[in-house]
Design a protein around this ligand. Structure first.
Ligand code: ASP
Ligand code: MG
Length: 462
């Protein structure tokens, strides 16, 4: 059996749901499938804001409920005409009545705990699976609604619960075994051991799919989205960007850290750990092969796998002769930033120990600068630190790939390409995993830089 997961935008309206049903039917020619679904596009967001309004005593949440009713009613009526559709609509409206009661409760007590929020959010996935299971059955493909709260077991960290793998695998396998038709499983939601509704964190449906795949030793897990796969670079900036045919989980993690996020790779772990291949596929372009993500290194001839960038970053450079050989300098700098809740994205320190260069989000620059000046006041006063520079308006570019490991000449090629196109590099870092070389440039150089690097590694060879 294979697991197919469809995200909210693939299920935005009745037409997109028809498209999904066609993809599922097509897949079923080859093997049985289990499907995992998100809520319809935008529904989770609107449930969150409805609950927040109710909590504030703002009756505006009722409009959100009406909108939810209208949307599900119209979608179902369009998919399943006549009396059959009416019965399905009644089922959906019953669910929304229950949600309305719940939100009214929130309005009365003026409080929406994380636990209540999880219950509120569960209606999005439940409504959508109710609709899609009914539609598939109506189209002659018997389907069965499966509430993931019966199968995915977690702790009680509401909002991003931690999964009990063993229990989940056992329950999932047993439950799906009993399914008469295509299981249509609610993504994202789960329940704690004592039966409270929990959720797996935003975009958690990918995780559900991966867990279900692992539980039933699926032949593959397919994540259906709106893009052709993991790209070699952001196609908005690099016209020549292509779909990476195959990528290792580790590389996917590096890429997604640098903004090329198609899925959150962490969520892929359960499937990948059991050696189940994972695919990224496009519902708008179903015949495209997509990207295969696997647990082991992937062999290909390209020197790198892809590149990505993070925008809106800033550099802080702390420099001075008095820093040399004094232990604890870095620890004080990082400690002060950590205390202020500033996330460090990249660091580089020259071995002369003359300077420490830290890259952070631009939005945190003011706070970071303030705490560092406080922390280092003495050194600054005594001129042991003679420069404290801040530079906003920057971009980090990362070149990623397992093939760089132990292969000389990659950084030479990278920086000579940048040099010959007069791209100024402000800081460089390479992890000792040798899977990633990151460097900082001016934001205005972003597009040019990405193209220069992409050409240097992917085009010149061809
Ligand atoms: N509906 C949930 C969300 O929007 C889960 C998901 O889409 O995967 O975060
Ligand atoms: Mg989503």
């Amino acid at each position: 059996m294979k697991v197919m997961k469809f995200g909210g935008s693939s299920l935005a309206d009745s037409n997109r749901i028809r498209g999904v049903a066609a993809i599922v039917r097509d897949a079923m020619q080859d093997e049985p499938v289990a499907i995992v679904l998100s809520a319809m596009k935008g529904v989770t967001d609107s449930l969150i804001s409805a609950a927040r309004s109710a909590e504030l005593g703002d009756a505006g949440y009722r409009e959100a409920l009406e909108e939810l009713r209208r949307r599900h009613r119209e979608t179902i009526a369009d998919l399943i005409p006549g009396a059959a559709g009416t019965a399905v609509i009644t089922g959906a409206m019953d669910l929304i009545d229950e949600l309305a009661d719940l939100l009214h409760g929130v309005e009365l007590i003026r409080e929406c705990s994380d636990r209540t929020m999880d219950l509120v959010l569960s209606f999005g996935e439940r409504l959508n699976c109710h609709t899609v299971a009914a539609f598939l059955s109506h189209e002659g493909e018997p389907a069965e609604f499966v509430d993931a709260r019966e199968i995915i077991v977690t702790d009680t960290t509401h909002g991003s619960a931690v999964v009990d793998y063993a229990e989940t695998y056992q329950r999932t396998a047993a439950r799906l075994h009993r399914c008469a038709g295509v299981p249509v499983i609610t993504g994202f939601i789960a329940s704690s051991e004592d039966g409270f509704t929990t959720t797996l964190g935003r975009n958690g449906s990918d995780y559900t799919a991966s867990l279900v795949g692992a539980a039933i030793s699926a032949t593959s897990v397919e994540i259906w989205t709106d893009v052709d796969g993991v790209m070699s670079a952001d196609p908005r900036f690099v016209e020549q960007a292509f779909v990476i045919p195959e990528i290792s989980l580790q590389e996917a993690m590096e890429l997604s850290y640098f903004g090329a996020e198609v899925i959150h790779p962490y969520t892929m772990l359960p499937a990948v750990e059991r050696d189940i291949p994972l695919w990224i596929k496009n519902t708008l372009n179903p015949t495209v092969r997509g990207t295969r993500i696997s647990g082991h290194p992937v062999h290909h001839d390209r020197p790198i796998t892809g590149l990505a960038s993070i925008g809106n970053v800033a550099l802080i450079n702390v420099e001075g002769g008095g820093m040399l050989g004094i232990p604890g300098m870095a620890s004080r700098v990082f400690g002060a930033l950590a205390k202020a809740g500033v996330n460090i994205i990249m660091i580089s320190q020259a071995s002369s120990e003359h300077s420490i260069c830290i890259c952070i989000r631009e939005s945190e620059l003011e706070r970071a600068s303030h705490v560092l000046r406080e922390e280092l006041r003495e050194e600054l006063d005594q001129r042991r630190i003679d420069q404290f520079e801040e530079q906003p308006g920057l971009e980090i570019v990362a070149v990623i790939g397992a093939n760089m490991r132990g292969r000389p000449g990659i950084s030479g090629r990278l920086f000579s390409a940048l040099g010959s196109h007069e791209v100024n590099v402000l800081a460089i870092a390479q992890g000792s995993s040798e899977m990633n070389i990151s460097f900082v440039i001016d934001r205005n150089d972003r597009k040019r830089t990405l193209n220069v690097v992409h050409d240097a590694f992917f085009v010149e060879d061809l």
